[in-house]
Design a protein around this ligand. Structure first.
Ligand code: F0G
Length: 447
């Protein structure tokens, strides 16, 4: 179903590059088949992430002109702080330059050697920031399939068990909404509430990774009993009310190009975090951000909860999913909130698993169409060669997504019998997690 008209009109446009097939092939060879190393100027449609790549609104741009760049006590911080307090309900607010900076600050404050941090699923940078503090990241997502209403949920029985067995070693419990590593799938209010009760019973702080809190609120509105008549803002507030604090990458659900939010109820936790913000982000009223950025986040936090925006956002993604399904493209459906995931091992079933079928398909898709996406499967044990097509907010229209779906179907058809993929020639890191970011690859056979 067509998603209906966009709830905004175009005031400023950005040209997108169109290259010839030969130019695209040269570009991907030059980037050693690594999507992260490609030049953005060679990309026609960029679906590598939904982070920091959203279209800001006229209200955000005009608020940015009011940016107060004072080192301490800026008016922009006041506006940012009051937006965060209003939307989350938390009293203490610290800015940081992006989500992973919030993680660094919080884990510096709370994690010591041997600490165990429990989450439905930790995002990559979250996991890394825990291990940099010598802690252990434990994922306890519910094992379910994507047809469930809330496939992003945490396994509450496991949470109870782990808190009973290891409570002493656990400085905090987190839930990530939506669950990015579980394909952007949502978490129910009931699940958040249940986790909250268990944590309270054990006296352990419970923190939401709320990168995509607005998208999660919309899923709750659509799917969970009792929330259909509530506004996304009321739902978000209730979600935050069950936790003791949150981290938000404002590059996602605050529609901003930069920014992070660390907020909490406990003054004591705030006091513990402050030295780390000052040491690595900056003074507590700018935290690695310019006044302009703080202004964009303050406005974005409200816009992202606007009902017509969220309705369209959801419909736009749903339309993309339906286009792919109608063309027989194998993916993980129903999809989650910010991205569509395709199964590379079904798209190109004859490419051996150790020849990076996901990355190979991503390369083939780029050569055919100029679309950039991300292989997240080849290095991740439970992702089994998934390709992620992340959709930035307010950037691409229905026509853009139609084009992408058509191109994917075409590349899948052309390559269903392809037997060879890529080999890795070099990686600049030993960390399995970041090999895909730094690796160099070459074709086994011409593509
Ligand atoms: N938590 C989650 C759930 C995320 O998805 C991300 C980033 C972060 C934390 C870190 O935030 O990028 O502002 O430092 N995810 C992006 C992605 C990069 O493409 O999925 P950040």
């Amino acid at each position: 179903m067509e998603p209906g008209m966009e709830p905004y009109r175009v005031k400023s446009v950005e040209e997108i590059p169109f290259l010839t097939a030969k130019e695209r092939k040269d570009a991907i060879l030059k980037a050693d088949f690594n999507p992260y190393r490609m030049l953005a100027s060679n990309i026609t449609i960029d679906l590598i992430t939904d982070s920091g790549f959203s279209a800001m609104s006229t209200k955000q741009w005009s608020a940015m002109m009011l940016g107060d760049e004072s080192y301490a006590g800026s008016a922009s911080f006041e506006r940012y702080q009051s937006a965060v307090q209003d939307i989350t309900g938390y009293k203490y607010v610290l800015p940081a330059h992006q989500g992973r900076a919030c993680e660094k600050v919080l884990f510096n404050a709370l994690v010591t050697e041997g600490s165990v941090i429990v989450n439905n699923n930790h995002y990559d940078s979250t996991k890394t920031n825990i291990s940099l503090n010598k802690g252990i990241a434990l994922d306890i997502a519910m094992v379910t399939d994507d047809t469930a209403d809330f496939p992003g949920n945490m396994d509450i029985d496991k949470l109870k068990k782990v808190l009973e067995e290891k409570g002493e070693e656990i400085p905090l419990v987190m839930i990530t909404v939506t669950n990015n590593k579980m394909r952007g799938q949502p978490v129910s209010m009931a699940n958040i509430k249940a986790a909250s009760y268990v944590c309270k019973a054990h006296g352990i702080p419970f923190i939401l990774d709320g990168c995509r809190f607005a998208e999660n609120s919309w899923f709750i509105k659509e799917r969970e009993d009792g929330y259909g008549d509530m506004t996304p803002r009321e739902i978000a507030k209730e979600m935050f009310s069950y936790a003791d604090g949150c981290m938000i990458s404002a590059k996602k659900d605050a529609n901003s190009t930069m920014g992070g939010v660390l907020a909490m109820n406990s003054e004591d936790l705030y006091d513990q975090c402050v030295p780390y913000v000052i040491a690595t982000e900056g003074h507590t009223t700018y935290g690695g951000l310019s006044g302009r950025d703080l202004e964009a986040v303050a406005v974005g936090l409200y816009e992202v909860l606007d009902e017509s925006y969220l309705r369209y956002r959801r419909a736009n993604l749903k339309f993309f999913e339906e286009e792919l399904i109608s063309q027989g493209v194998p993916g993980v459906f129903p999809a989650g909130g910010h991205a569509i995931y395709l199964n590379a091992n079904k798209l190109c079933p004859k490419i051996p698993a150790d020849e990076f079928p996901g990355l190979t398909f991503a390369g083939l898709l780029y050569i055919e169409s100029g679309v950039r996406c991300l292989d997240i499967g080849s290095f991740s044990p439970n992702a089994s060669d998934l390709i992620r097509l992340a959709v930035p907010r307010r950037v691409y229209t229905t026509e853009h997504l139609k084009y992408v779906a058509r191109m994917i179907a075409r590349v899948a058809e052309k390559n269903k019998d392809r037997e060879t993929g890529l080999t890795m020639t070099r990686s600049r890191t030993k960390s399995a997690q970041y090999k895909h970011v730094t690796g160099s690859f070459k074709m086994k056979e011409d593509m």
